[in-house]
Design a protein around this ligand. Structure first.
Ligand code: SF4
Length: 173
């Protein structure tokens, strides 16, 4: 896997101060995507074990609320193994910090589509606190949405969704 950027002390992609990891590669190619350079699977820097260690190190301070993984597309089958390992390591080291993930796929596609699913798909979804899901749709763009770019996208509380077995939207506490 490659990544385009790692933003430390990020305040734009989830609540509080977070580490945000932008993985490379996306085949969804939404019209109006704000960073088409990340569609290339080789964009940026190669992701290594050292990269993961640096990310985990950045999460240590108490004031860092958690990790956000976005892209590109974290659920591209090529990316899922490393994304899973990063999230699993984060949850193991910091069980009280939250993990957010942005994907262009919908929850339904991730549970059902053969094109996306790998042995890691469910494992990733089982660890997420929040998933922002759905394609970016230019005709539905709305700059006033909380953590979404277009009105079709949803911010899903994955813990409550797993418990209630139906999609539950995330709300600020
Ligand atoms: S899913 Fe995200 S990265 Fe991929 S094309 Fe759509 S907006 Fe761009």
């Amino acid at each position: 896997m490659y990544y385009g950027a790692i933003k430390y002390n990020d305040i734009a992609n989830g609540p509080g101060v977070r580490t945000a990891v932008f993985v490379s590669g996306c085949t969804l190619k939404c019209k109006g995507c704000f960073q088409p350079e990340t569609w290339d699977f080789n964009y940026g820097t190669k992701y290594t074990k050292e990269t993961q260690e640096e990310i985990l190190e950045s999460l240590k301070p108490d004031w860092i609320l958690g990790l956000t993984v976005l892209g590109g597309e974290p659920f591209e089958p090529k990316n899922q193994k490393e994304v899973y390992e990063l999230i699993a390591s984060t949850k193991q080291a910091f069980p009280n910090k939250t993990v957010w993930l942005y994907t262009g796929h919908t929850l339904q596609e991730l549970y059902q589509s053969g094109k996306v699913r790998t042995e890691y798909t469910d494992k990733i979804m089982d660890l997420l606190d929040v998933m922002v899901e759905g394609r970016f749709v230019l005709a539905k763009r709305n700059l006033n949405l909380d953590f979404c770019g277009s009105e079709n996208q949803r911010v899903i509380d994955m813990k409550k969704t797993r418990l209630q077995q139906t999609p539950v939207l995330w709300t600020r506490e």
